[in-house]
Design a protein around this ligand. Structure first.
Ligand code: PEP
Length: 253
């Protein structure tokens, strides 16, 4: 089946008010010449509203990088799913490895975030991926199985329609070392099979699975041409409009 490619930029803790607006404007301009690929940008929280204004009416969706899994309450410093909807977000990234490993987020907590985001009407980009030590110990499949099963606990086929998985091997994120297209395809096919067992084969066939980890203009096409690679979650290269747009174009294939 042919799934639309989906390219999302994770700006992490980069940009400032002015550069976020400029970057978003350049992406909007470039994407106007591209159809058939879905595009999103995920700025830091403080710039969501500004970027929302820039992408309004354009074929660029807005995403957030995180949320707290409660509607409201005494959670100092946190941001709720309804607040994200309120400022114009369509997507939210959940389970990014930087949050799993630097902020010790567990699969159970990530699953709560998935449910809270979906309940608020958001689309979720759920990141999974093994560390180098896990890959070298031949534990990649076990780890992906664990993160997927627990991250998607109690997610029905209907709910899965608003979930995108992002396979992001930790050893490839921000390192300049990407997974080979074969490694990515193998992991994506494994994930699709596993999601099929959890939510049904039909829902798994429709599921978009992005690859993330040092995606650049020069490696994007070979990754995106793999049958189970349905897009990319792009970190570093999403901070340069030209590089990000080149990756978007590679998605047209
Ligand atoms: C990411 O942050 O999700 C990511 C994949 O980063 P990079 O592209 O810089 O490796």
């Amino acid at each position: 089946m042919s799934r639309q490619k989906f390219i999302a930029g994770n700006w992490k803790m980069f940009t400032n008010a002015a550069s976020a607006e400029q970057l978003a404007a350049a992406v909007v301009k470039g994407v106007a010449k591209v159809d058939r690929v879905a595009v999103a940008v995920c700025p830091p929280f403080p710039y969501l509203e500004r970027v929302a204004q820039v992408v309004k009416g354009a074929a660029v969706a807005l995403g957030a990088q995180n949320l707290y899994p409660e509607k409201e309450g005494a959670f100092t410093g946190e941001v709720s799913p309804t607040m994200l909807v309120d400022v114009g977000c369509k997507h939210v990234i959940v389970g990014h490895s930087e949050r799993r490993h630097k902020l010790a987020e567990s699969n159970a907590f990530i699953n709560k975030k998935v449910h809270a985001a979906l309940a608020a009407g958001l689309h979720v980009i759920l990141c999974v991926g093994e560390t180098l030590a896990e890959r070298e110990a031949n534990a990649t499949d076990r780890l992906l199985d664990e993160q997927t099963t627990q991250g998607l606990a109690e997610i029905t086929a209907e709910m899965l329609a608003r979930v995108v998985l992002a396979y992001e091997p930790v050893w490839a994120i921000g390192t300049g070392r990407n997974a080979t297209p074969e490694q990515a395809q193998q992991a994506h096919a494994f994930l699709r099979r596993r999601v099929g067992e959890l939510c049904g084969a039909a829902a798994a066939e429709k599921l978009q699975i992005q690859y993330g980890g040092s995606v650049k203009p020069d490696n994007a096409a070979s990754l995106l041409h793999q049958p189970d690679v349905d897009g990319a979650l792009v970190g570093g290269a999403s901070l340069k409009a030209d590089d990000f747009l080149a990756i978007v174009r590679a998605g047209i294939g």
